[in-house]
Design a protein around this ligand. Structure first.
Ligand code: FES
Length: 277
């Protein structure tokens, strides 16, 4: 029998925010039923703030409590704040988890990352790693990241945090190798690699409008300028600078170094911004 804190028991017996948000802004689906743990997190995001969060999970008491805690933690946060949440934060919110159950908090953090990535039109690189543990479908990238972020020092700890190695045990040698490699080489794991998903033309225009409104316009307005989206044709984005921007000698630099950069970072890294002739 595991030793659970009162908060874990409370969230397990009375889970908050169970279900699915209608028309979610971002969805994170992690784990799999075949591996014994699965979590689907849906987020409603308005003006870059999480206004609603719901979950569906298949798993143990810790998985239910971690998912419930996660939804309570993120509601009301900005996306930027939410993406800083670690699995340790989820465990702390619950007053701690048994060490053998830390993978439940990791699953929560992974679902949150996946949902935020989905909101931003990105996919996470974990799916691209190589499966190292067949029993639980865990990749080498997931293992290396867990070792690095949670300072793991044994195969047993890797199992506690990722489940890898907790089945037939065939992967133990590979896990040990990954552990040594990660610790000795101080590998840098890039958490999110930008890889654009296919967007419809309408989705692309909407995203561009959102980024202009949220990230670009406030900065220009401070200096008495403004910007208007005129057209989107494939990767070409035509805009019109307004106010003091029209007479600014640096308008070309503003377009390339500021507007284009923001749109490439947050919408699609192939976009080319031009000014209306
Ligand atoms: S392959 Fe990892 S436990 Fe079976």
């Amino acid at each position: 029998m595991w030793e659970y804190t009162d908060t874990v028991t409370e969230h397990f017996q009375n889970p908050r925010n169970v279900g699915e948000v209608e028309n979610p802004s971002g969805t994170g689906d992690v784990g799999s039923l075949a591996c014994g743990d699965a979590l689907k997190l849906t987020l409603k995001i308005e003006d870059d703030r999480i206004t609603d969060a719901k979950f569906k999970t298949f798993g143990c008491a810790s998985a239910i409590a971690s998912s419930s805690a996660l939804t309570e933690m993120v509601k009301g946060m900005t996306v930027e704040e939410a993406e800083k949440i670690t699995n340790e934060d989820i465990a702390d919110f619950l007053g701690g988890l048994p060490k053998e159950k830390m993978h439940c908090s990791v699953m929560g953090r992974e679902a949150l990352e996946a949902a935020i990535a989905d909101y931003r039109g990105l996919v996470l690189p974990m799916a691209e790693g190589e499966i190292v543990c067949e029993c639980f479908g865990v990749t080498d990238l997931e293992v290396m990241r867990a070792v690095k972020e949670s300072n793991l020092r044994s195969v047993e700890e890797i199992t506690n945090f990722t489940k890898a190695g907790g089945g037939c045990g065939k992967c133990e040698d590979s896990l040990r190798e990954l552990l040594m490699k990660t610790v000795s080489q101080d590998l840098k794991i890039v958490p999110v690699k930008e890889k654009p998903k296919k967007m419809t033309a309408l989705q692309k225009i909407k995203k561009i409008e959102e980024v202009l409104e949220r990230e670009v316009r406030p900065g220009l307005k401070k200096d008495g300028g403004d910007i208007e989206l005129i057209d989107v044709d494939g990767d070409f984005v035509t805009v019109s600078l307004r106010g003091s921007c029209t007479s600014c000698a640096k308008s070309e630099t503003t377009l390339k170094e500021y507007v284009e950069k923001k749109l490439r970072e947050q919408v699609l890294d192939t976009l080319i911004v031009e000014e209306e002739k």
